[in-house]
Design a protein. Structure first.
Length: 367
């Protein structure tokens, strides 16, 4: 028997994609599948027009004293309040949306409806200010109390929470982020060229390093897709800079897929973090048959399922020589490159396919 209403909450960038026929579905976090078990389904996105007023000031205060992402002004309104009251299940697709929904979650705690939130990097920050750090911990504990299921995208962060907060174990689940392998299909010709790709905007990418690496490797053509790098920061002529922001869809998903297919490698240099940074780009690129070189961090989502130099290439540190050696090794050996591409795609199909994720998510949400 179908339940009445499902509500998913996103940051932005979904509503206009949802109306299209062909789009990658991984960033909907299972919505397209989970909705089939409900009579009605709704999507809430941040309303960025609300940058003033009482909620804006209150959110700024909470963010200042705790260092946590409160943006209640973008989500708290009468219409969304009504959706919360009618919903049998509410899924928040990151903790920023969860903290911003605090008032709704408090009311929701006294109702029979359930909620779940995807966690990525929440436990990664420790403030030097003791008061701020204490307030952060208190707010996180309240948030955990208000939430029914915590869905971790990084095994490292999941294991960290289970050790540090054992009482949360019963509501904590690890579920690796998927990729829509039907959309991100593998390129037909697995052959090296001198084209290297970097895509990313999150705070744990090492932007300075990729700029310096491109400068040092001027015999390669680098394409950088990001909103975090300015043209004036680039000192070499071998870099094509494309302003890119997923939520704004400055590039279409099909255009991004074309960049993966045209490139020999995708590079993901990262800063150390518990957050599973680079996850979606790595999975998309590998699914497209373009091998990935990535910094190995504590937040890498599933280290046991990826084998270095078999289906991915790990680099221990962001040092120019280490990365140059890995790039040259990959692009100078056709057999090594082909095997890396084929094995990577198979690994994705076996463990990270969207259909597999959907079934795992359904079992968690309905348990």
């Amino acid at each position: 028997m179908k339940k009445n209403q499902l509500t998913y909450i996103y940051y932005s960038g979904r509503m206009h994609r949802y109306d299209k026929e062909n789009y990658p579905k991984e960033f909907f976090y299972g919505f397209n599948y989970i909705k089939t078990f409900f009579k009605e389904n709704k999507i809430i996105e941040f309303d960025f027009s609300k940058d003033s007023g009482l909620l804006f000031n209150f959110s700024k205060l909470l963010e200042k004293i705790s260092g946590l992402p409160f943006y209640m002004q973008y989500i708290i309104n009468k219409n969304n309040f009504s959706l919360f009251l009618k919903s049998d299940l509410i899924v928040m697709t990151n903790q920023r949306l969860g903290f911003s929904s605090f008032p709704f979650l408090i009311i929701n705690k006294f109702r029979r409806s359930k909620n779940a939130v995807f966690i990525m990097g929440l436990f990664d920050v420790v403030h030097k200010n003791i008061i701020k750090n204490t307030l952060r911990k208190i707010n996180i504990l309240i948030f955990m109390f208000l939430t029914d299921k915590l869905l971790f995208l990084s095994r490292g962060e999941f294991e960290y929470v289970r050790k540090k907060h054992s009482r949360l174990g019963l509501k904590s689940y690890f579920i690796p982020f998927p990729v829509d392998t039907k959309f991100w299909e593998s390129k037909k010709i697995l052959k090296q060229n001198n084209k290297i790709l970097f895509i990313g905007n999150d705070g744990n990418r090492d932007y300075k390093f990729i700029i310096n690496l491109a400068k040092e490797m001027n015999n390669y053509e680098f394409t950088i897709v990001s909103s975090k790098i300015q043209k004036k920061e680039l000192e070499s002529d071998n870099v094509r800079l494309i302003y890119g922001k997923w939520n704004e869809e400055t590039l279409t998903d099909s255009e991004i897929k074309k960049l993966y297919h045209e490139s020999s490698l995708t590079l993901i240099p990262l800063k150390e973090s518990l957050q599973p940074s680079g996850q979606s780009v790595a999975l998309q690129s590998i699914s497209c048959g373009t091998p990935v070189i990535i910094t190995k961090t504590e937040g890498f989502w599933e280290p046991k399922l990826f084998n270095d130099e078999k289906d991915i290439i790990f680099v221990e540190k962001n040092e120019i020589k280490l990365w140059k050696d890995k790039i040259n090794q990959c692009l100078s050996d056709q057999n090594f490159y082909t095997n890396l591409s084929i094995n990577g795609r198979k690994n994705i199909e076996d463990h990270y396919d969207l259909d597999t994720f959907n079934i795992k998510l359904k079992n968690i949400l309905f348990s």
